[in-house]
Design a protein around this ligand. Structure first.
Ligand code: ATR
Length: 291
């Protein structure tokens, strides 16, 4: 069971008959830290509202969304496996969602209309910036992986002028990504370690290195890296992935995945609850306490 800690920093939650409501749809959803995060912010800002986990099977996704609209929810986050279905269901997509081909944030608007946003890539870039690791415009980034997370991170980096390359075990999938994001370069999976010297930023967008994932010991060689390389991992359990440990051993700057998780949530919170929430040490400690 995920324990939502009694925060020393935030007062008790207010939920009256007028509470604003949002939640996260996923299958499964029990691993999600979004309820802990959003309810912490609700308490911190003394907002009358609640954010709940919504376990919804794929075949029930649309019915569940319509039900939430009918029940007066402001919107919802969407996680695995519903991100593409959410994209198809939305009446209007923000440019972020169009580029990412997926939606992780739904905003319920007037007359039953639904707006879809993708905040993962923007959350990643915000997390870099918050750690004083600004993305060099006209710099070069290499992404490991070609799934949904890679697509949103690649799009957000390209939007900031970064030249993005992708490498993936299954090259055809990287090529499909390049077909929808023009300008994306594909690097063969067997060749990326040796060619690392030309990049300013390396991002693992796969679940390699994640506790309980396909290869928790994933620790590629960073011998060829330039001294200025920033190494980021979107995996946040464990906090120090083997990839990040390897980067530290080479004296490289690193960024863990928790920041992306926290920053991607800000836009939804602002849309549903009307307040731009802060991501600071307190926020991070509150979510960390749930692991
Ligand atoms: P998401 O949408 O969260 O990115 P995904 O679409 O399942 O998740 O993508 C997972 C990524 O991890 C893919 O790039 C996948 O590579 P393949 O396209 O070759 O499957 C990568 N991945 C998963 N397990 C891997 C492994 N054991 N070795 C290398 N790459 C792996």
């Amino acid at each position: 069971m995920t324990k939502i800690p009694d925060s020393a920093f935030a007062p008790p939650q207010i939920i009256t008959g007028k509470a604003r409501l949002a939640g996260v749809l996923g299958w499964p959803v029990s691993h999600s830290r979004s309820p802990a995060l959003h309810n912490y912010w609700l308490r911190r800002y003394r907002i009358d509202g609640a954010y709940v986990p919504l376990p919804v099977r794929p075949e029930q996704f649309e019915a569940a969304v319509r039900g939430l609209q009918a029940a007066g929810f402001r919107g919802a986050n969407v996680t695995i496996p519903h991100k593409e279905a959410a994209c198809a269901l939305a009446d209007r997509l923000d440019p972020s969602a169009q580029r990412a081909g997926a939606v992780n944030t739904l905003v319920f608007e007037e007359e039953g209309r639904i707006r879809g946003l993708s905040t993962d890539g923007g959350g990643f870039v915000a997390s870099l910036e918050a750690d004083d690791l600004p993305v060099p415009a006209s710099g070069k980034a290499l992404l490991l992986g070609a799934g949904g997370a890679a697509r949103s991170v690649a799009a957000a980096l390209q939007d900031r002028g970064v030249q993005v390359s992708v490498t993936n075990r299954t090259q055809a999938r990287a090529e499909s990504l390049a077909a929808v994001l023009p300008g994306l370069e594909v690097v063969p999976w067997e060749a990326w370690e040796a060619g690392l010297g030309v990049y300013d930023l390396l991002v693992n967008t796969t679940s390699l290195g994640m506790e309980g994932g396909p290869d928790p010991m994933f620790r590629p060689s960073l011998k060829a890296a330039s001294r200025a390389l920033v190494v980021a991992d979107i995996v946040y359990v464990p906090r120090l992935t083997p990839l990040l440990a390897e980067a530290e051993q080479h004296g490289l700057k690193t960024l863990g995945g928790l920041g992306m998780l926290l920053h991607q949530a800000r836009l939804g919170f602002r849309e549903w609850f009307g307040q731009d929430p802060v991501v600071d040490a307190e926020t991070e400690a509150t979510v960390r306490a749930t692991f």
